[in-house]
Design a protein around this ligand. Structure first.
Ligand code: HEC
Length: 162
């Protein structure tokens, strides 16, 4: 049931012709991707400052878990192996208030405890990335919000090693 006169060109081909023209006039990258690039190269000053804190991340995961993080449970989680070869402490040390040493590459790792490392847990995307990666290495799965809250509760309570 079309009311379009047979003499008019069908709408689809003309739309298709317009599209490449519009795309040619666009900047090569969407603004979001450009901002990410700037952040990655360190050109965006805001990206260099931390966007969060250990306390804020503890709060976030406790809220997600629906229960506050427990430091003692976090300590046990951090120091035991979970059926695999490594614990969190294998690379981060026990307690993680000093420099860690990567169990596979022997590379030095900055202290994980915020009291010993002011940069620890100040970049949310960085924390998420390493939690994902390290939990997969140690537990063969991602850590739950409760496990992350427990680990954070443990870490923020650690004093600097005397
Ligand atoms: C095989 C070595 C290894 C193991 C095992 C490991 N980590 Fe890590 N972890 C690292 C490295 C390397 C970094 C990055 C350090 C850096 O760049 O300063 C890191 C960073 C992190 C960070 C980011 C900290 C921040 O400032 O945001 C978190 C969180 C973390 N690890 C948690 C864990 C937890 C929890 C476990 C145990 C489930 C664990 N890690 C086990 C090597 C390891």
């Amino acid at each position: 049931m079309t009311t379009t006169p047979a003499s008019l060109p069908p709408p689809r081909p003309s739309r298709r012709n317009l599209h490449p023209n519009l795309r040619r006039n666009r900047p090569p990258l969407p603004a979001g991707a450009l901002a990410l690039l700037l952040a990655a190269t360190g050109l965006a000053p805001a990206a260099q400052a931390g966007d969060t804190s250990a306390a804020a991340q503890l709060q976030r995961w406790s809220a997600e878990a629906g229960a506050p993080g427990q430091a003692e449970r976090g300590r046990l989680f951090f120091t035991r192996t979970h059926g695999g070869e490594w614990s969190c402490a294998s690379c981060h040390g026990n307690p993680p208030t000093g420099e860690g040493r990567h169990a596979a590459t022997a590379k030095t790792i900055a202290p994980l405890a915020p009291a010993a490392n002011p940069r620890a847990f100040t970049d949310g995307a960085r924390t998420d990335k390493w939690f994902r990666r390290n939990c997969k290495d140690v537990l063969s799965r991602e850590c739950s919000p409760q496990e992350k809250a427990d680990v954070l509760a443990y870490l923020v309570a650690l004093p600097v090693r005397p």
